[in-house]
Design a protein around this ligand. Structure first.
Ligand SMILES: Nc1nc2c(c(=O)[nH]1)N[C@H]1C(S)=C(S)[C@@H](COP(=O)(O)OP(=O)(O)OC[C@H]3O[C@@H](n4cnc5c(=O)[nH]c(N)nc54)[C@H](O)[C@@H]3O)O[C@H]1N2
Ligand SMILES: Nc1nc2c(c(=O)[nH]1)N[C@H]1C(S)=C(S)[C@@H](COP(=O)(O)OP(=O)(O)OC[C@H]3O[C@@H](n4cnc5c(=O)[nH]c(N)nc54)[C@H](O)[C@@H]3O)O[C@H]1N2
Ligand SMILES: [Mo]
Length: 762
């Protein structure tokens, strides 16, 4: 049974016939963004809840924005510390629409499957726990007790603990995440895949190896006082809009911004601050003063070209290199033998571009490099990020004010979840501390990451799949294969706020366990509870929901995880699940003894604005085996295709948060009313004999065969020849499960080899 809308017979809402295209924008935000925020909020929630919600969003006594992980400015927050896309995320959470048991009675799985992702989200907030029993095609209400007992029975019936998989998406609070990993480990498995496996895993792997920490080394203050910012593989106008005001401050302070992106993204070009008079009138601050339209996956070559320039010019920081690094000789030998021609071919840039950028960095010294998915989702992602680190090491641009590495995280608490132990291979020291705190033996063999879990599920080696948030089916690569994998489980469980397609592709039995959103008041025994989150700059702070919950039947994520664990583990457990569920301070007390640098956790989060987690690399202490930061001398590479084919990247439109589709516009790229589009270089389209707006089929090529995504409209768009782009999740069917980044295992969602042909279904 298909649970996807037929792409060749689209629903009226996604009727691509009415697709509009216009000129891409030259700046982001401004008043249109504010109007768009309020339109989304008002149409989905009503005026009172809108104002209540906005006034508590990102305030020190309020709740953390459920959208991205960009930090809040300290000291000078405005009354509305939010952005257009934060408002959309909030509107989606505090919507007045409801998915109650009657909704499921009226809609079979097949009927829900015919709805688009946007319609599923717009259906509203889930109100009751529901179950899909074997052989039936409607979810029906179930009590919390019965749901916990049903799940417990499946977990207790597994041949081995490794027949369980626990997936986490990055919106879960620290408290829920800590309990989730504890449950998995008390059950006896490290099978803890998370969205990070598909996201910044490559950054963590590269940085841990090179500089000893897997997290960013800068703060907002550093951004403000930087001399130069390299913004690589990131579209902040859409995905981290609050970053634009930080960039504006940096530029006004004299920082030099260089954008590195195959597409000319509006948010990199200019920013009209909606809360400044000029911005409101449409005057924008120019952001990037240099724009390198690198070829997809050409970044490693670019960085190597910069490194070569620095070494040849002799503009490197010899004292730093001598005192703090290893591998310099080997690396410089490599640079010496590197010819410019190869660097130019692989990067798609000119030698002068690389030299100019390097010289600017050498002149300004205080370099910050920010990056996101444009660097992490390629086969050589880890080597590319290590090459970024190489440039920083040559300049000594790390561990000093105004300089450092800044992987810009996605989900609002994805970094915190990892800190709390959501990882299939936590270090031994974490296990030891966990064992000591809870007086048990946690399993030591590494567990499965996202791709390995899909493979194992597909092979029938997983009985119970339990997800703390997220939309596994739509976020994972190889949609059809992942669907089969989910269907091979006995039980699939989703702890979540909103309906999504993962709820329609299920194990023999399925549970949807609806939880409170971050904006909602969480009362346990009449006492309001706070949770905590960690942002992209390692600041841990409290978040307290203030709004009335969407339904009186909802439980918090923390209480649901505790309820499941208590039922599944029964007498065997050494964890006071019930007490934890009723008082999150007790969870934080345990965290303070298990997780490094969380001493006096409860005290410290009561300080408005929270606290900054210790980062050794920030102080030039290198937590690596050699005690030094390491140059990487990896073999230069870039993804290429056979002639006539294209490198496809899958990216986000302006109207989505990952798999949650808020609307059908991608305003800054000039797209209106449609998502099934593929952006292609105008000359390439001509050469293919394809007209603008002509329907095309995309076929991806991989060692195991081809995959087809039918009927996308071809949109001519400036970018390097041989590259193209389409939206995720529609294009995920094209991403082969086996195509992953070396070392980090991240699916290569930004380098997929495709051919573009006139559609068989025009
Ligand atoms: N509103 C909103 N906010 C979000 C999200 C959302 O979906 N919506 N998602 C959140 C999450 S989980 C994440 S991880 C982040 C994602 O934030 P981004 O990484 O900004 O997200 P993408 O849309 O994947 O954009 C990738 C950008 O990298 C560029 N790019 C692609 N390939 C390459 C390359 O090879 N080299 C270079 N230099 N550039 C390249 C693309 O052209 C695009 O501009 O955003 C977070 N914030
Ligand atoms: N092709 C391709 N694939 C990609 C990417 C790409 O760029 N290209 N990006 C990857 C990246 S960077 C990421 S991070 C993943 C994202 O993967 P996921 O994190 O799995 O996906 P989301 O779309 O963020 O999850 C949305 C769902 O989370 C649930 N939810 C929302 N709020 C809450 C909450 O407060 N609590 C709970 N428990 N549930 C909640 C809702 O049910 C909602 O439907 O996708 C990855 N997949
Ligand atoms: Mo992400």
């Amino acid at each position: 049974m298909s649970v996807f809308p037929d792409p060749t017979a689209l629903t009226p809402l996604e009727d691509t016939e009415s697709l509009r295209t216009g000129e891409p924008s030259k700046s982001a935000a401004g008043v249109t963004a504010v109007l768009s925020s309020f339109r989304h909020l008002l149409t989905r929630t009503g005026p009172v809840r809108t104002v209540e919600g906005m006034l508590k969003l990102n305030q020190k006594d309020g709740f953390d924005c459920p959208s991205c992980a960009w930090p809040d400015p300290d000291g000078h927050r405005s009354a509305f510390e939010f952005c257009e896309n934060g408002a959309k995320a909030l509107a989606s959470e505090i919507t007045s629409a409801r998915v109650a048991p009657a909704f499921f009675a009226a809609h079979s799985i097949a009927a829900l499957g015919a709805m688009s992702d946007m319609e599923l989200d717009k259906a509203g907030r889930l109100t009751h726990p529901v179950v899909l029993r074997p052989g039936l095609d409607h979810y029906e209400a179930i009590s919390w007790e019965e749901a916990f007992a049903l799940a417990a029975a499946e977990w207790q019936d597994m041949p081995t603990p490794d027949h369980a998989v626990f997936y986490t998406s990055g919106r879960a609070s620290n408290e829920a995440a800590f309990l989730f990993q504890l449950f998995a480990r008390q059950l006896g498995t490290n099978n803890l895949p998370d969205c990070s496996n598909m996201c910044h895993e490559s950054s963590g792997a590269a940085m841990k190896d090179s500089v000893g920490v897997g997290k960013g080394t800068v703060t907002l203050e550093d951004i403000y006082e930087s001399g130069m910012i390299l913004l690589m593989g990131q579209n902040p106008g859409t995905n981290h809009p609050r970053m634009l005001s930080a960039l504006q401050t940096a530029v006004r302070n004299g920082s030099h911004l260089v954008a590195v992106n195959p597409l000319r993204e509006a948010g990199l070009l200019g920013f009209a601050h909606p809360q400044e008079v000029g911005g409101a009138l449409g005057h924008f601050t120019a952001l990037a003063s240099d724009y390198l339209t690198v070829r997809l996956n050409g970044d490693m070559a670019l960085m190597r070209g910069m490194a070569k320039t620095l070494v040849e010019d002799g503009t490197i920081d010899r004292d730093f290199i001598h005192a703090h690094t290893t591998g310099f000789e080997e690396y410089t030998a490599l640079l010496k033998n590197q010819d410019w021609e190869e660097l130019e071919t692989l990067s798609g840039l000119k030698r002068e571009d690389m030299q100019r950028t390097a010289r600017e960095a050498a002149k300004r010294k205080k370099l910050i490099t920010c990056w996101a998915m444009g660097l992490t989702q390629h086969r050589n992602a880890v080597d590319t990020i290590r090459e970024v680190v190489n440039v920083h090491l040559l300049l000594g641009a790390i561990g000093k004010p105004g300089a450092g590495l800044c992987p810009v995280r996605g989900h609002s608490n994805v970094q915190g979840d990892r800190t709390m132990g959501i990882f299939e291979k936590m270090p031994e020291s974490f296990h030891d501390a966990l064992d000591k705190e809870f007086k048990f033996q946690s399993p030591r063999p590494h567990g499965m990451d996202t791709v390995a879990a899909i493979q194992a599920m597909h092979e029938g080696k997983v009985r119970v799949f339990c997800a703390l948030g997220g939309n596994f089916l739509q976020a994972a690569p190889d949609t059809d294969f992942t669907a089969e994998a989910l269907r091979a489980c006995r039980l699939t469980i989703h702890i979540c706020t909103k309906l999504n397609r993962s709820h329609l592709v299920t194990g023999r039995t399925a549970l949807i366990l609806p939880c409170l959103g971050r904006s909602e008041e969480d009362l346990r025994g009449g006492v309001p509870q706070s949770v905590t989150v960690e942002n992209s700059m390692s600041i841990v702070h409290a978040s307290r929901g203030r709004l009335t919950p969407a339904s009186p039947w909802l439980l918090s994520e923390t209480a649901i995880v505790a309820g499941l664990a208590a039922a599944a583990l029964g007498e065997k457990t050494t964890v006071p699940w019930g007490e934890f569920a009723n008082n999150y301070d007790l969870i934080r007390d345990s965290v303070s003894r298990v997780v490094p640098h969380f001493e006096n956790f409860n005290e410290r989060i009561r300080h408005p604005g929270g606290f900054h987690l210790y980062s050794p690399a920030r102080r030039r202490i290198w937590d690596t085996p050699s005690g030094r930061a390491g140059f990487s001398s990896a073999k230069l590479s870039a993804f290429t295709t056979v002639p006539g084919r294209f490198v496809l990247q899958t990216l986000r439109s302006h109207d989505q948060f990952n798999t949650t589709v808020y609307g059908l516009n991608d305003r800054y790229r000039g797209i209106g009313h449609g998502r099934r589009v593929v952006f292609v270089n105008p000359q390439d389209l001509k050469n293919l004999g394809i007209k603008p707006m002509q329907p095309v089929d995309l076929t991806s090529h991989w060692s195991d065969g081809t995959r087809v995504a039918p009927r996308f409209l071809a949109v001519p768009y400036e970018m390097p020849s041989g590259n193209c782009a389409a939206y995720f999740p529609e294009a995920n069917v094209l991403v082969p499960l086996g195509s992953t980044a070396e070392i980090s295992g991240t699916p290569t969602s930004k380098s997929i080899e495709v051919s573009i042909t006139p559609s068989a279904n025009p």
